[in-house]
Design a protein around this ligand. Structure first.
Ligand code: FAD
Ligand code: SF4
Length: 282
């Protein structure tokens, strides 16, 4: 495997695809390469080429979670989602761009079972162990999207700027189908450069996990109030970050036998998040 260091983000994007992958902090990609789950002949080092700082509502895709968790300029929900993600060491290396594109944590997928998401014909988790899996959008694949940050950005109505286009974060993700099993709409030779995150009147991120620290979300709830309207988004409940139109929309969940408990957690956290938006501190 070779590592290349192009001069610009545009040159890096042009080099991607056909066995070439972007390497940012490497916290997700390197273990996947090591374990033979992802294959690449060439890695393109993108971290030094990506915008990194925070400029008003703009956040560089190369900003690390550790930089964001302490920055008073960014909305509370996003700062809290960064603060509660992973471990300090991982947050020091992991970028926000890489976080949005991290692979599923489904253990069947990571253990290379020939499951539906790997191109097979069935979901092993549904028939097997699935306590950390989805309660929405789990028709084909029942994996639970692991990004706290993506849920926060979804509630905040962020826009993604890439080397090719601008798209609302809601359009970055899509449920996988039989014809296209990718969960993001990003093209193989497209790099995320920046995020535009509008300032809310108030925002909050709450997270339930197996341990009090350094664990993926069992359920993460982001809520933001903008122009008087409240938007809610969930992590850890569907193969993609999930927009929840209202508390009542939880009634439309399709939990598996082992994930029904997540519905109760989600109900409690959504109520708590909505109450927090209305509290005097907000
Ligand atoms: C043990 C562990 C615990 C974790 N816990 C949490 C958690 O609780 N909550 C949470 O939200 N996350 C969690 N994470 C995920 C972690 O935050 C991500 O691994 C990290 O943010 C990824 O960023 P990176 O820069 O290291 O990405 P990389 O590993 O370098 O890249 C990840 C993917 O994104 C692609 N990529 C990277 N940057 C770009 C870009 N700018 N444009 C296009 N493609 C790009 C890469 O090609 C690769 O496919 C955890 C990770 C680990 C290993
Ligand atoms: S949940 Fe998705 S990734 Fe996991 S076994 Fe089922 S199809 Fe594969």
């Amino acid at each position: 495997m070779q590592l290349v260091r192009p001069e610009s983000a545009e040159a890096a994007a042009a080099a991607l695809g056909n066995g070439t992958k972007a390497l940012a902090g490497g916290t997700d990609l390197v273990p996947l390469l090591r374990d033979g789950i992802v294959h690449a002949e060439t890695l393109v080092q993108v971290a030094p080429l990506l915008p990194r700082g925070i400029d008003g509502s703009r956040i560089g895709a190369g900003a690390t979670l550790a930089e964001l968790e302490v920055d008073p300029q960014i909305p509370d929900a996003l700062r809290e989602a960064c603060r509660q993600a992973a471990s300090p060491q991982l947050r020091a290396m992991g970028t926000i761009g890489g976080n949005l594109l991290q692979a599923t944590r489904c253990w069947y997928w990571r253990l290379q079972y020939p499951c539906w998401l790997h191109g097979g014909d069935r979901c092993h988790a549904k028939a097997g162990a699935h306590r950390e899996h989805a309660i929405f959008g789990n028709d084909r694949c029942a994996s639970a999207h692991p990004s706290d940050i993506a849920a926060a950005l979804l509630a905040l109505g962020a826009t993604v700027h890439t080397t090719k286009r601008e798209l609302p974060i809601a359009d970055l993700y899509r449920l996988p189908t039989d014809d296209d099993r990718n969960v993001t709409a990003l093209e193989p030779n497209e790099l995320i450069l920046e995020l535009d995150v509008p300032a809310p009147e108030a925002s909050v991120y709450l997270k339930a996990m197996d341990r009090r620290k350094w664990a993926f979300p069992l359920v993460g709830v982001a809520a933001a109030r903008m122009g008087g309207a409240v938007r809610i988004a969930l992590a850890g409940v569907a193969p993609i970050p999930w927009t929840l139109p209202s508390l009542d929309a939880l009634d439309g969940a399709t939990p598996l036998p082992g994930t029904a408990y997540k519905l109760e957690i989600a109900r409690a956290l959504v109520k708590r998040a909505l109450a927090a938006l209305d509290s005097p501190g907000h």
